[in-house]
Design a protein. Structure first.
Length: 292
């Protein structure tokens, strides 16, 4: 029974969203509501999301070949998963891999959007990542482009460790390397970018093992760097100008260009697993909770 697994959560019959008894605080300063609908439009089609999803799913399948997971159907949760693009992709591409799929976010607005795009089998949780009311509940947790928004990323990784079963995995992606820092990071509320060394330190500080890490978005990184050299002083923008700039810079490219970029990005899976890239605009780390 779901209630047995989630005794501290209650389901709202009107929305189907599970909420804890303690009210959830959503930090709007870390997650700009103006981004929600932009992301909802982008995620199914944009070359970057398509490439990231492909890369992360390949990484997960690679890990599941280990004896610890072989033959098991997994309970997996996407933490800070916003409008549900990733969890919907998993439900569509690899449903047989999972006994349970769930999405957790601190924004009710995001969860209501996710309800319209996610499979009915995906459970939706209203949750504060700094206070997760589970203990050894999940086999896999995803934090995809979340930690860079969090001043207290170590606290959140500690919560993730708590909710994972022994031997469980956390797959973490984040923007990589300060050389790629631009006004776009400031616009969308990034606190930092990460190197592979940063992920190693994060794992050590939350007593998890970093099994491996990889940079990705390597092949297209020169284009990203050239584009971001045209910098904007985001501190001088009004709220309406900032939202307009976000919408302009986060739209899906024309179909011919989007398809071309998607084809180039797709080469990184599995190429980036055979020959690790020396840099990229993003980084993926696979963390594991100790078995004992």
């Amino acid at each position: 029974m779901q209630e047995d697994l989630d005794p501290l959560y209650q389901r709202d019959p009107a929305t189907g969203i599970w909420s804890p008894r303690v009210p959830v605080r959503h930090c709007a300063d870390q997650y700009d509501p103006a981004l929600f609908r932009v992301l909802l439009r982008m995620q199914p089609r944009h070359f970057w999301y398509r490439g990231r999803h492909r890369f992360v799913l390949h990484a997960l399948k690679r890990e599941l070949r280990s004896s610890h997971f072989r033959g098991r159907r997994l309970r997996a949760i996407d933490l800070g998963g916003g409008c549900g693009g990733w969890i919907s992709y998993l439900a569509r591409k690899s449903p047989a891999m999972f006994a349970e799929l769930a999405l957790a976010d601190s924004s009710l607005e995001c969860l209501q959007m996710a309800r319209d795009v996610a499979s009915q089998a995906v459970r939706l949780y209203h949750a504060d990542l700094r206070r997760l009311d589970w203990k050894e509940r999940w086999d896999v947790a995803f934090l995809l482009d979340v930690v860079e928004h969090l001043p207290d990323h170590l606290e959140v990784l500690g919560q993730v460790r708590q909710i994972l079963r022994p031997g469980g995995l956390a797959l973490v992606t984040a923007p990589a390397l300060n050389v790629f820092w631009s006004h776009n990071d400031e616009l969308v509320g990034h606190v930092r970018r990460y190197s592979r060394r940063d992920l190693r330190a994060l794992a050590d500080n939350c007593t998890m093992e970093l099994r491996w890490s990889r940079y990705f978005m390597f092949l297209l990184s020169p284009l990203v760097l050239l584009h971001r050299l045209r910098n904007v002083d985001s501190a001088t923008l009004s709220d309406s100008d900032r939202v307009a700039l976000i919408e302009r810079t986060h739209r899906t490219p024309p179909p011919w260009l989007n398809a071309t970029l998607a084809s180039v990005f797709s080469l990184e899976t599995p190429l980036g697993f055979w020959l690790p890239f020396p840099w990229g605009t993003s980084v993926l780390g696979v963390f594991q909770k100790p078995l004992a």
